[in-house]
Design a protein around this ligand. Sequence first.
Ligand code: ZN
Ligand code: MN
Length: 163
Amino acid sequence: MAARKHSRQRDSIKEFLMTREDHPTADVIYRNVRQRSPSISLGTIYRNLTLLAQDGEISRLNLGDGVDRFDGDTSPHYHLLCEKCGGVVDLEMDDISSVLEKAAAHFDGHVAGHVTYFYGTCGRCTKSGGMDLSGGMDLSGGTDLPRGTELPEDTALPEESGA
Ligand code: ZN
Ligand code: MN
């Protein structure tokens, strides 16, 4: 495949993702990238996230709760979805690709891959004694101590047309 045309917007999206370890959603990425590129639209964010993921420059995560998250770390690793705060954290663990052999053991077709994520309670929520730190707010953008600057969750978004 020919190299994609250089895009400053795509670069700034990727640069932002590289500063984050909390697997932000497209909405959170939009709110942050917009601080530097005020004219960028949510549609442009989505489009470039899709291209970056297709090119393998970022990872798109689907943890079964209906919202895609994005990861600047494309090395193979596993994730846990916290059922208390909605955050997504990396898990340090051995590779489990041997499940492919188990899946194929009594199967007459071809097993090509697997999608695995874990769910439970993140370390922060566990330490807080099981209290719901989100206070009932939807923090599904990920809440595990972002290193970058973040706008408040309730920042008003302009209406997107046809996005
Ligand atoms: Zn949590
Ligand atoms: Mn990750």
